[in-house]
Design a binder for this molecule. Structure first.
Ligand SMILES: [Zn+2]
Length: 290
């Protein structure tokens, strides 16, 4: 796991671009700190934008940054499930599927890289599962986005999910309405794909769940949860590409200077310093001898 100094350093240098497809100000945002605590950021400020979220991340150096799948009228009130209606869900929210390669229990020798504890084969396999799941989801909805989880899987976000397609609107219990709609849709998708085990099915149904913020850092592995795009963007990339793209090398270790700039400034600078320190005593003694 990255230490808190490095995590803060990442957020200082990254711009934390949350793609505009997500309306962060309607989301309930919470972070998990290095000591395992969850901190609800909406308690300090009821609406958050990407810039404010970035500032909090610099300050708190979180291991994970999460946002709610539902949009809320009062994000600061989100807490326990039975209190959900008090925070008032706003619109349809999104439907999220977690894809992990382990759900199929396919045995293989993991090939972990030395620095990043991520297996290329697992990512490649998750990629195939994700593409398959997206093909099924696209029968129903078209605004489907994919985010790398920073570990061995992907998150599929269906942003034009509509609860009215699956159930009647119950204005008395909006959270329940969201849950029923998600349950019916998950049931259909689970029959057509292999991406759910019991735990993942429950996660997709739960309207109170949270999901990683796109382009935030997964400090457990040290990789960025890179926003990939739609299914076609994912198809074009190999697992290795995705892992390389998600390494926060530039944010953690700085941007390399152009070769010419390095050559000139350093040569001149060091030359001057060397001349000053080495020549001065010699010059002095030479002059005194004369
Ligand atoms: Zn593996």
């Amino acid at each position: 796991m990255l230490d808190s100094l490095k995590i803060s350093f990442y957020y200082i240098n990254s711009s934390l671009d949350v793609p505009s497809s997500w309306n962060l100000s309607r989301k309930h945002v919470r972070v998990q700190t290095t000591d395992g605590r969850f901190v609800k950021l909406n308690k300090f400020r009821n609406r958050l934008n990407a810039k404010e979220l970035k500032d909090y991340c610099v300050k708190l150096s979180p291991v994970h940054v999460y946002m709610s799948v539902l949009n809320w009228l009062f994000p600061e009130r989100v807490g326990k499930k039975y209190k959900g209606n008090y925070a008032v869900p706003f619109g349809n929210g999104e439907y999220v599927v977690d894809i992990d390669s382990y759900v199929t229990h396919r045995w293989h020798n993991h090939r972990y890289s030395k620095i990043w504890k991520v297996c290329k084969d697992c990512v490649e396999f998750s990629k195939q599962l994700t593409i398959h799941a997206c093909l099924q989801l696209e029968w129903y909805y078209s605004d489907v986005h994919i985010v790398f989880s920073g570990k061995n899987g992907f998150h599929i976000h269906v942003l034009d999910f509509d609860i009215k397609d699956w159930t009647k609107f119950n204005y008395g219990d909006l959270v329940k309405t969201h849950e029923v709609a998600r349950f019916k849709f998950s049931k259909i998708i689970s029959l057509q794909t292999y991406c759910y085990d019991r735990a993942h099915f429950i996660l997709s149904v739960d309207p109170m769940r949270v999901i990683t913020v796109p382009n935030s850092l997964n400090a457990e592995t040290g990789l960025v949860c890179t926003y990939i795009g739609d299914r076609k963007d994912l198809e074009l990339q190999t697992a290795e590409n995705i892992i390389v793209k998600s390494q926060p090398t530039k944010e953690l270790y700085g941007y390399p200077e152009p070769f010419e700039a390095v050559k000139h400034t350093h040569k001149k600078g060091w030359g001057n310093i060397a001349r000053v320190t080495a020549m001065t005593p010699q010059l002095r003694s030479f002059r005194s001898e004369k």
